[in-house]
Design a protein around this ligand. Structure first.
Ligand SMILES: *Cc1c(COP(=O)(O)O)cnc(C)c1O
Length: 406
């Protein structure tokens, strides 16, 4: 295909709504943990499409699942069910606490479903006073108006008129602040086991246990937003499996589709019963193409040796980051779990995560930020150790340009 115009980064500013500020790099193909741009320059990918490309780029299992399904059946709508959706749901149920699954197309939609379910459950069982939803400061739950209101960053939810009501925010990792807000009118508490967008901040085990106990004491549902931490990223299939704590509702997206858009809300039969026929829905949710790819991703990742390797790769990542830090003293802490890690910049480099991200890209490495003070890494869960070492050499180069130019 030849166009009468050039596809450049400048075209973005010409024809796209300006809500993003994408990098100057336009990748055109990928394989494993490598990407190539329009000029055929190679990059090592520690960004993973923001914790989405759990099997890297063009993994054969996903390419096969997608092409096989593409020759069979793409879309039906919810008037009919389909085999890939039922197989994926069965596998998610078998692998988790859940007994029922609802499919959506994104993390925000999975959370929207979870929050609406919690409200409906509370209304049916306890009446209209039980409607409070509590989340935590700095949390991120998506960009629909309900999820952005529940999220803990007013900057994302202000400026769009009246917000959905009865939403409150406690301080993360601070049980007393939750205690002060929670009551018998609370219908749900929603939390990320590791805050991703908020700066790669893991909840302490005591906090997670305490939140569960407070929810139980007040008959409130506990919703775990595992959109970023789920599907092997933490080294277990879901992060809740590291703790002896089970949520009532869990949401999954990002890595679930390995790059194909899909979201899921998982819950128990008793709670699910409150989303009766007609109460909620989505045209594409549970689409056969999406579910076929997600099934292949889940089959590939939910293997003991694959999950164990994620924790080994975390060790290698940490060793390399500590080595770089010993030389240049730029980080105050390395946080996170599995292949979701954050290098928090120390006081001398506060606010400069973007500079590190740009210097890394300049050196041929793609990394992410999580706020202005944290460099975030969310690579493929099966990234070869050699690519980790090679990528860290590029990262060291990038760090050196900033640390010596200080
Ligand atoms: C990315 C993310 C979302 C939103 O997912 P989308 O697919 O962008 O709608 C929700 N919650 C968490 C924890 C996330 O990291």
């Amino acid at each position: 295909m030849s166009e009468a115009f050039q596809v450049t980064r400048a075209l973005f500013d010409e024809v796209m709504v300006p809500n993003y500020a994408p990098s100057a790099v336009i990748p055109v193909r990928g394989l494993g943990s490598r990407l190539w741009d329009q000029q055929d320059r190679e990059y090592i990918d520690f960004a993973g499409g923001i914790a989405v490309n759990c099997l890297g780029h063009c993994h054969p299992a996903l390419v096969n699942a997608l092409t096989e399904q593409a020759h069979k059946l793409w879309h039906l709508s919810n008037v009919m069910t389909n085999e890939p959706a039922l197989r994926l749901a069965k596998k998610l149920v078998d692998a988790t606490f859940a007994e029922k699954v609802y499919f959506a197309n994104s993390g925000a939609e999975a959370n929207e479903g979870a929050l609406k379910l919690a409200r409906r459950w509370a209304l049916d069982k306890f009446g209209p006073d039980k409607q409070d939803i509590i989340s935590f400061g700095k949390s991120f739950h998506g960009r629909t108006f309900f999820t952005v209101t529940v999220g803990g960053q007013a900057a994302y939810s202000d400026g769009f008129g009246p917000k959905p009501g009865a939403v409150f925010h406690a301080e993360y990792n601070n049980l007393d602040s939750l205690k002060a807000l929670i009551s018998d009118n609370t219908c749900a508490v929603i939390m990320e086991p590791i805050q991703g967008e908020g700066g790669i901040i893991p909840a302490t085990a005591e906090f997670i246990k305490g939140v569960r106990e407070l929810c139980d004491a007040h008959n409130a549902l506990l919703i775990f937003d595992e959109v970023q931490t789920g599907v092997g990223r933490s080294g277990k299939l879901y992060a809740y499996m590291h703790y002896n704590v089970v949520p009532d509702i869990l949401t999954s997206a990002k890595s679930l589709g390995g790059g194909f858009p899909i979201g899921a809300m998982l819950t128990t039969t008793a709670i699910a019963a409150h989303l009766k026929v007609g109460t909620h829905g989505s045209t594409y949710g549970g689409n056969p193409l999406a579910c076929a790819v997600a099934e292949a991703a889940l089959d590939t990742i939910n293997q003991p040796e694959v999950l164990a390797a994620v924790s080994q790769k975390e060790e290698l990542f940490r060793q390399e980051l500590e080595r770089i830090n010993a030389k240049y003293q730029v980080f105050s802490a390395i946080r996170g779990q599995g292949m979701l890690l954050g290098a928090a910049l120390n006081d001398s480099y506060k606010g400069r995560a973007r500079d590190f991200m740009l210097a890394a890209a300049e050196a041929g490495l793609l990394v992410l930020m999580a706020g202005y003070d944290v460099v975030r890494f969310a690579p493929s869960l099966v990234i070869p150790d050699a690519d980790i070492v090679a990528g860290m050499q590029l990262f060291e180069k990038a760090v050196a340009t900033i640390a010596t130019a200080k």
